[in-house]
Design a protein around this ligand. Structure first.
Ligand code: DGT
Ligand code: CA
Ligand code: CA
Ligand code: ZN
Length: 566
């Protein structure tokens, strides 16, 4: 799938056109890029069928650029723009206050191409001499460069959320209302910075408390309505204090996403209203703003769960009352992938069981590695039989939880599994996953995984794309075809909940849900501390529009036993 790649190209064209001072076109390119990003079909298929223009926002001229890119790997127009304006726009526009027009002047007059150049000319006091800039702007730029550098770094949801929640708890006693906002409230897989919104009688006091928390490494800005700090570990946290009657509209605004907000604002305009972070206004009169529900309702929409606010169809659904009833965090009753000392895990089965009970799980699946690949102490048939005995004993000892006996098998290059059917027959469920030869081409990789899906004992394909966020690119695979085969063979696709995996991701999850493929959530825990990560799997499920019935972790033990019966 080249959807993301094509979107990136179009975004870049948009940015460069904007610097050029071209009107309207940048917006059109952005809109198209955004629709392509969230497309649940392969753009190359559309291209082959001559249907590129069916994508919303893609007209003749953009379709031509896409075609050119898919055929030649290049877009002439983009090459020209890059040559004319060879700057790193992405990082430069991350500097607050630096717009496209200024970036153009800085490049043309001072040769600024990136953040390092910008910092150098600011320190040399050359920016202040440019027409329309001045000393104050130069100082601001210098201040904001560091923040911009950090912005480029994104942090894993699974590692930021606990800290963000802890900050909210720390501030709670001193505020009337408080909530996370921004990408962290939407449970996006990576977080740029943490946004928090609060209502407080004594704003000054709360800002004092916020900026002097133990976890703060540096105070980046301190004011009465907004303060920003950097925590140890590097992430920035913004706290904004708003008026109580604006809390809902501010929460709506600062939760984003930006793309979602743009659409919501259009609907407000259609009604003749004005929507901003202070409220929904009819003329001068505020007609909503205290709660988010109130704001959406006044616009004729259902309240939209934050996880859906990415402009991927939720606006239309909220308008005609057809939002899905998303799987709830409490509805997930167990964990379907974990490792123990039997392979590469740090804890015994019993320790995992005890921890799972603490988390309130009704069932877990022990899924240690099997097979010849020595990546992770794979068990042989004899081990599996021994392990079965241990599990049987623990089943007797703990009646509050059911322990499924599973294994995780390797999908070899040719799509076969490197263990015998005899071994696989011994266990309740079989996970199969790619653990080697990640760099096959898409066609080969797709057949490889499909062969595993067609294997008579495979129940679940684990971490289907094998990506490690910010470390390893996903394998090249035709997800639509894979999902079709999964559906046909009643094989379940995993949402791996480990914070740097989240695999399937939200977009593939949505595809699976639309195609009627069932999904399982597994933490892939390698120690008992990892078991708590299941929450991030649910977040992905919700961001992928999954309902309770789509996620097999919501099933009863009886239903699961039946499902794994093969
Ligand atoms: P992040 O921090 O990069 O993970 O992503 P967000 O979504 O948290 O973005 P952030 O922190 O820049 O801004 C928080 C929210 O504020 C964002 O989701 C939507 C809203 N917002 C920020 N800037 C704009 C804007 O220029 N236009 C609109 N409509 N909304 C904005
Ligand atoms: Ca943010
Ligand atoms: Ca922010
Ligand atoms: Zn694995």
């Amino acid at each position: 799938m080249k959807n993301a790649e094509v979107a990136k190209i179009l975004y870049e064209i948009a940015d460069l056109l904007e610097i050029e001072g071209v009107e309207f076109k940048p917006r059109a390119y952005r809109k198209a890029a955004q629709n392509i990003e969230s497309l649940s079909v392969d753009i190359e298929d559309l291209y082959r069928r001559g249907e590129l223009e069916k994508i919303p926002g893609v007209g003749k001229s953009i379709a031509e650029k896409i075609k050119e890119y898919l055929e030649t790997g290049k877009v002439k127009k983009l090459e020209e723009l890059r040559q004319k304006i060879p700057v790193d726009i992405k990082s430069l526009s991350a500097v607050e206050g630096l717009g496209p027009r200024m970036i153009k002047i800085l490049y043309e007059k001072l040769g600024v191409k990136n953040l390092d150049d910008l910092e150098r000319v600011a320190k040399e006091r050359r920016i202040r001499r440019l027409k329309g800039f001045g000393e104050k702007i130069e100082r601001k730029i210098l201040e904001n460069i560091e923040i911009a550098r950090q912005r480029q770094q994104r942090f894993l949801l699974g590692f930021v959320l606990p800290e963000a929640n802890a900050i909210v708890e720390e501030l709670k006693p001193f505020v009337k209302k408080i909530s996370l906002a921004g990408s962290i409230r939407r449970r996006k897989e990576t977080i740029g910075d943490v946004d928090i919104l609060a209502v407080a009688d004594d704003a000054e006091k709360i800002m004092d408390i916020f900026t002097s928390m133990k976890r703060v490494e540096k105070v980046l800005a301190k004011g009465i309505t907004k303060s920003s700090v950097r925590l140890y570990g590097g992430i920035q946290v913004d706290l904004r204090i708003v008026e109580e009657e604006s809390f809902g509209s501010a929460l709506q605004y600062f939760t984003g996403s930006k793309e979602h907000n743009i659409e919501v604002r259009k609907i407000a305009i259609k009604h003749g209203y004005k929507l901003n972070e202070y409220g929904l206004f009819k003329g001068e009169k505020r007609i909503a703003g205290k709660s988010e529900e109130e704001v959406y309702k006044a616009l004729g929409m259902e309240w939209i769960p934050p996880e859906l606010r990415e402009n991927r169809g939720e606006i239309e659904a909220a308008l005609n009352g057809s939002l899905p009833k998303l799987v709830e965090y409490e509805e997930v009753k167990g964990d379907l992938q974990m490792h123990t000392k039997w392979s590469d895990g740090a804890n015994t089965i019993e320790e995992m069981v005890q921890e799972a009970i603490k988390l309130g799980h009704k069932f877990i699946a022990i899924t240690d590695h099997v097979g010849s690949l020595k990546i992770a102490g794979g068990m042989d048939e004899e081990d599996v039989l021994e392990q079965a005995k241990e599990i049987e004993k623990l089943r007797e000892k703990y009646d509050d939880i059911y322990i499924f006996h599973g294994v995780e098998a390797n999908i070899m290059k040719d799509g076969s599994l490197d263990v015998s059917n005899k071994l696989l027959k011994e266990v309740d469920l079989v996970l199969a996953s790619v653990h080697s030869a990640f760099r096959m081409d898409e066609k080969e990789m797709t057949s490889r995984v499909i062969k595993a899906i067609e294997h008579e004992y495979v129940d679940i394909i684990a971490h289907p794309t094998c990506r490690i966020i910010q470390k390893r690119e996903p394998i090249k695979i035709d997800m639509e075809k894979v999902l079709e085969k999964a559906k046909e063979n009643e094989v379940i696709m995993e949402i791996n909940a480990y914070p740097d995996r989240l695999d399937l991701n939200d977009i593939h999850t949505k595809m699976a849900v639309e195609m009627g493929v069932k999904l399982s959530i597994g933490t892939d825990a390698h120690s008992k501390e990892h078991l708590k990560f299941y929450e991030y799997g649910i977040a992905v499920a919700r961001r992928g529009w999954a309902k309770k019935e789509d996620i097999i972790n919501t099933y009863s033990i009886r239903e699961l036993k039946k499902l794994f019966e093969k």
